[in-house]
Write a protein that binds this ligand. Structure first.
Ligand code: DX5
Ligand code: ZN
Length: 223
């Protein structure tokens, strides 16, 4: 089933409650971009945002994307803050399996992400354990970038490999997803769509989320 995970990186924080409430019916997930200024050349959200929103959004899945050099350092703080999914980058760690096991031992879902230039093969050894694979379709660090078309084929490769496992692994795509390209993303088998600027920078975020979800479902029907 196709789901949206709107990225708060593009939220108008002065209107946070209003914007989150207006898209809620289309967004069972919220995507929190955590950046340390080292793994990516930017700083973004912190655990305080997760902690602050948690009590008000009990039914929303908090999808936390750790774009940090030392994801192990952040596991417990974000678990305490209320994360449901912790996704780290395979490029940032030596022992991905140990990290996956630590995340699951915290009772959370474990995600593994790969940057545009990282081949799908880098995460295949972990498909027997992860709950989510996050394919970056932009270089991580900033919202509002253009989707890199060369990343699309990786989605199809990973969909095939995930299906071979027979496990229920979410295939999430993140970066530059818009209403006019999401068809190509879900047609190749993605089922969890991150969208930041396409939703929260739109004049009408509710309408944008609804149209994005509908376009995503059209692609899924062609998968
Ligand atoms: C980029 C983040 C993405 C980003 C998506 O480093 O991981 O989640 O916020 O924003 P858009 O959808 O605007 O590309
Ligand atoms: Zn992200």
């Amino acid at each position: 089933m196709i789901r949206l995970s709107p990225s708060l990186l593009s939220l108008d924080f002065y209107r946070a409650k209003e914007q989150i409430e207006e898209i809620k019916e289309f967004a069972p997930y919220l995507h929190f971009d955590i950046m340390d200024g080292h793994f990516v050349p930017n700083l973004a959200l912190g655990e305080c945002i997760v902690k602050s929103l948690r009590p008000h959004l009990k039914d929303t899945i908090f999808d936390v994307h750790l774009m940090v050099d030392d994801p192990a350092f952040f596991l417990e703080p974000f678990a305490r803050a209320g994360a449901d999914i912790l996704t780290f980058h395979v490029e940032a760690v030596r022992d991905a399996r140990a990290l996956i096991e630590r995340i699951r031992a915290l009772g959370l879902r474990a995600g593994i992400s790969l940057k545009p230039k990282t081949p799908a093969e880098a995460i295949l050894p972990y498909l027997d354990e992860v709950d989510l694979v996050l394919v970056m379709t932009v270089e991580p660090g900033f919202g509002g970038q253009a989707l890199i078309p060369e990343c699309l084929e990786k989605i199809a490769v990973l969909r095939e490999e995930i299906d071979k496992t027979g496990r229920a692994i979410d295939l999430e795509v993140d970066g530059g997803v818009k209403v006019d390209n999401v068809f190509e993303v879900t047609r190749r088998g993605a089922d969890l769509i991150v969208a930041g600027s396409a939703v929260f920078s739109a004049p009408d975020p509710k309408k944008a989320a609804e149209e994005l979800l509908e376009a995503a479902r059209r692609g899924a029907r062609k998968a």
